[in-house]
Design a protein. Structure first.
Length: 693
């Protein structure tokens, strides 16, 4: 008995000594322990007392978690069922200098793979342990398969997509088990911030530790949004729905600065001693599986045929695929080159390599849609020019293009102005510039040009030829949404004919219930041609009528949206896409914000150049067929219409030479890769030719 008592006393003394170390470290902001909590009827938490001496107690309330005794190495815990609201301390606990947080917790279950929005934002089911309570703020917990990391709202700088398998520079490589207690440590120093409310250029470097084992996320930069700029409220057991925390929390220690390695070791020694944290977080093997094969196609809808291209970034991997919907095996057809499809087909692929597990299975549906109606002779109908702008100056046509002014949406970094510094005619283009110029106290400025109250929109073929800035932080767009005198967003829907951010071109259609169409909405710049692609002008097109919205990039169909899919979602139960006149068109260059990616002021100016915008409507007048080889513009056109033709990007080592014409027609500026054909009373074929560079 004497030996046992002595051991217990020594343990208490040791724990007390370690606790003194925790309290003596500068910057202690809050310290919550389940063994210093008050509880009432039914063991429901009434007060979570602050042990830091700062008096930051948190009241529990009737829907608070239970205090359950003798759970974590004989110590009590706060037990969350996933239905309780977060425990909130509204005081300013977050610092612009950085932070270090330790949370001793055990998860009831290990989260499954999350949904990744826009390739870089974790949506579900990240399990949040603590957060700053901001709508776009910081939440720390677990994400995919129990890997500790950022959950619920932190965007990765640069927007690099998550990829199977972990680890990579966006992920943690540590695995934890359910129903096992760990000390989750998060440490960060903010790199840069400004004093404005929307601090989208803040940056953090987050270090993550599990039972003192560092993760590979150690120096990954994040967009910190408002989380570290001026402080937010502290929430414990945060989030709701799929993200709700279910499990036990024994202790939370929060410092308002980044701790040194020696200081972190002191905190962990205290927690390890107190809770007997012996279970090590396991590491993933360095190469657990083959990387998932990717579909490199520019379009997942086609008129006549499609060539399906597959690749895997794992060296030496071979790809096996099926076209009948069955799961591939090592005995399935070997991919050796593009697979030609002529009917609607689902392609399923898996990659295999020596000394690795097979990759996850990748599946994509390729849908054949109806052909564009045309005949060899005069057609009963065709496209007829309606309106447009060639931007040949000397100034922007104010009869077509107005302005949006101010900080408009998405917590973007720029102030939209009506200055010529931000939008003007330059060398035959509309130039929209995002500047870092500190104009009138606004760190960044840019422009958003709108047809609001200028032009009435209708069904038709909308075309825009432009060149976009693809560096991180750039967010250009050409899109339609509601005029202010209509029902507003989201009831009037939204069509993003061209949108770019974080390495991808996006093609979006949203119905009046704010539901985005789930088709192929993204194409990476890498898959389109990388830097070489980004240096060229390209053509974005929308073909919109009462039945469909088709979105194209350089003639490749990116999205085929049946208008009926939006039935009942618009104003008063109408379909928002059968009321074109309620829409306005916008050309804008946004910076940073909720999706634009990490913004570096040294990269300014950011440029969005628009060569022209052209709108054609469908006419019942006689028409003939224009066929464009080596470019885009094929279609039926009414006699006398100027039809747009644009050459494909030249092959490597070549430059565009000229257009060669057959038929009784003229090409205006035949040496220009972007030209027009005045449609005669006959069918016309025009071919792009190239010369070695």
């Amino acid at each position: 008995m004497r030996y046992t008592l002595c051991y217990a006393v020594l343990g208490i003394l040791a724990c007390s000594a370690f606790a003194e170390d925790v309290a003596s470290i500068p910057g202690l902001a809050a310290w919550y322990r389940a063994d210093n909590a008050s509880k009432g009827a039914g063991d429901v938490l009434t007060t979570l007392n602050d042990c830091s001496g700062k008096g930051q107690n948190i009241n529990g309330g009737p829907k608070a978690p239970m205090v359950v005794e003798n759970v974590a190495h004989g110590k009590p815990v706060l037990r969350f069922s996933g239905k309780e609201p977060a425990l909130v301390n509204a005081a300013n606990n977050w610092s612009a200098e950085g932070f270090t947080a330790y949370v001793v917790a055990a998860f009831d279950d290990v989260p499954a793979k999350p949904s990744i929005r826009d390739g870089h934002i974790i949506e579900t089911p990240g399990k949040a342990l603590i957060s700053d309570g901001g709508s776009a703020g910081l939440a720390l917990g677990l994400n995919w398969n129990g890997r500790p990391g950022a959950a619920g709202g932190i965007s990765l700088a640069g927007g690099a997509a998550f990829e199977d398998p972990f680890p990579n520079e966006q992920s943690s490589d540590l695995l934890v088990k359910a129903k096992t207690f760990y000390a989750f440590g998060y440490s960060s120093a903010e790199g840069k911030h400004n004093d404005k409310a929307n601090a989208w250029d803040c940056r953090m470097k987050v270090a993550i530790f599990v039972n003192d084992a560092p993760s590979s996320i150690l120096t990954t930069p994040f967009v910190s949004m408002q989380a570290m700029n001026g402080g937010k409220k502290l929430e414990i057991g945060a989030a709701s729905g799929k993200n709700a925390f279910k499990g036990d929390i024994a202790e939370v220690i929060l410092y308002s600065r980044e701790l040194s390695e020696a200081e972190r070791a002191k905190v962990f020694a205290y927690l390890r001693n107190k809770y007997d944290l012996q279970e090590a977080a396991k590491r993933l093997p360095t190469a657990p599986v083959v990387f998932t094969p990717s579909f490199d196609n520019r379009a997942f809808w086609f008129r006549e045929s499609a060539n399906v291209e597959l690749s895997s970034t794992t060296d030496g991997a071979e790809i096996r695929y099926t076209t009948d919907g069955t799961a591939p095996t090592k005995a399935s057809t070997l991919y050796v080159g593009p697979v030609k499809l002529t009917t609607t087909t689902t392609v399923t692929a898996q990659a295999f390599a020596a000394r690795r597990d097979p990759s996850p299975v990748a599946t994509a549906a390729f849908t054949k849609v109806g052909p564009v109606p045309q005949t060899a002779n005069a057609l009963k109908a065709g496209w007829k020019f309606s309106w447009g702008d060639e931007f040949d100056g000397p100034t922007v046509n104010e009869a077509i293009w107005g302005y949006e002014i101010g900080y408009v949406r998405n917590s973007e970094a720029q102030y939209y102005s009506n200055r010529t510094e931000n939008s003007r005619i330059d060398n035959g283009n509309l130039l929209i510039q995002g500047l870092h110029d500190n104009w009138n106290g606004h760190k960044y400025t840019s422009a958003s040009r709108s047809t609001e109250n200028k032009v009435t929109l209708t069904y038709g073929k909308y075309e825009m030829r432009g060149k976009i800035d693809v560096r991180s932080g750039s967010w250009p767009a050409w899109w339609l949404w509601s005029r202010p005198d209509a029902a507003g967003w989201p009831k009037e829907g939204e069509i993003d004919m061209m949108e770019y951010y974080t390495g991808k071109c996006l093609f979006n259609v949203m119905n009046g219930a704010a539901k985005w169409f789930g088709g192929n909405r993204k194409k990476s710049i890498v898959s389109l041609g990388g830097d070489r692609w980004a240096q060229e002008f390209h053509v974005w097109t929308m073909d919109w009528d009462a039945n469909k919205i088709d979105l194209y990039l350089d003639g490749a169909l990116m999205v085929h949206y049946p208008v009926d899919d939006a039935n009942g979602t618009g104003p008063n139960g109408a379909n928002p896409y059968r009321n074109p006149q309620t829409k306005k068109m916008i050309l804008n260059q946004a910076l940073g914000g909720s999706s634009g990616g990490q913004l570096n002021e040294k990269d300014a100016p950011f440029e969005f150049r628009v060569d022209w915008v052209r709108v054609h409507t469908w006419s019942e007048e006689p028409a003939y067929t224009l066929t464009v080889n080596g470019g885009i513009g094929t279609g039926p056109y009414v006699v006398g219409t100027k039809a747009s033709i644009t050459a494909n990007m030249p092959p490597p080592g070549y430059v565009f030479d000229k257009w060669v014409l057959s038929g009784e027609a003229n090409v205006q500026d035949a040496s220009n890769p972007s030209a027009t054909v005045m449609m005669p009373k006959c069918d016309v074929t025009v071919t792009a030719t190239y010369l070695p560079n």
